[in-house]
Ligand binder design. Structure first.
Ligand code: PEP
Length: 255
């Protein structure tokens, strides 16, 4: 099964509208015509419209960093899946560890968001990963499997097949301390096996990214692993030339 690697940029709470426009003007030509990887840009909500316009006519896709599970209503400060679709959003990051840790999102809410994303035609990039304490206590697999089982409960095999899972060890996010390719690969293999045990052959289509201090210099090590299909990139996605180099390295490492 050939899976196209997905390299997703998570800008977090960075870049205003002008900065986002400048990024697209530099990044988009730098990766034009590049084959073998799919690229998704996930700006803050306030820059989605600008980035979406900048991506028209390119093969790059637009993603959001979060959404609420409901379509509309009295949910002050929230953004709905329909509103994202309206702006041309295709992917949505759900369950990022910053959402879990800072904003108190639990497995039940993340599951409801994944279901809602499917109902509205959005593809979830579902983040799972252990903290340093959990890793040191030997709980990595148990934590990742629990998060995965909870968030994917109730999916059909077809939905599971189109899901993107990002394995992001919390201790590797924004720290400059990436997981080794071997450790990341071992967990991604557990993730695929877990999906296979519940959804059968859908596991062959599902894409699994590694995320956590991915850079142009290390992305190819991850990309060479059989169960890793791309990367979710925070800090190293903010500079257009650096992110273009990262994407090119990932494409070059394609199995
Ligand atoms: C992330 O926020 O999803 C992430 C992986 O960040 P960084 O690449 O900066 O570690």
């Amino acid at each position: 099964m050939v899976r196209t690697p997905l390299i997703a940029a998570n800008w977090k709470m960075h870049k205003n509208v002008a900065e986002a426009g400048t990024f697209i003007g530099l990044f988009s030509p730098a990766v034009a015509g590049l084959d073998g990887v799919e690229i998704v840009l996930c700006p803050p909500f306030t820059a989605l419209a600008t980035v979406g316009r900048g991506l028209l006519g390119t093969s790059l896709a637009l993603g959001a960093q979060n959404m609420y599970k409901e379509e509309q209503g009295a949910f002050t400060g929230e953004v709905s899946p329909g509103m994202l679709r309206d702006l041309g959003v295709k992917y949505v990051i759900l369950g990022h560890s910053e959402r879990r840790a800072i904003f108190g999102e639990d497995d039940a809410l993340i599951q409801a968001k994944v279901q809602s994303a499917y109902r509205h035609g959005l593809t979830s990039i579902l983040c799972v990963g252990e903290t340093l304490a959990e890793r040191e206590a030997g709980q990595t697999e148990a934590v990742v499997v629990r998060q995965l089982e909870a968030a994917t409960a109730g999916l059909s095999p077809d939905q599971a097949a189109s899901l993107v899972v990002a394995y992001e060890p919390v201790w590797a996010i924004g720290t400059g301390r990436n997981a080794s390719a071997a450790d990341a690969s071992a967990v991604c293999t557990v993730i695929r096996a877990q999906i296979r045990s519940r959804f059968g052959p859908a596991a062959d289509s599902l894409r699994i990214q590694y995320g956590g201090s991915v850079k142009p210099e290390n992305v190819s090590e991850f990309q060479k692993q059989p169960d890793i299909d791309g990367a979710l990139v925070g800090g190293a996605s903010l500079d257009p030339a650096g992110f273009a180099a990262l994407v090119r390295a990932a494409a070059g490492a394609n199995r």
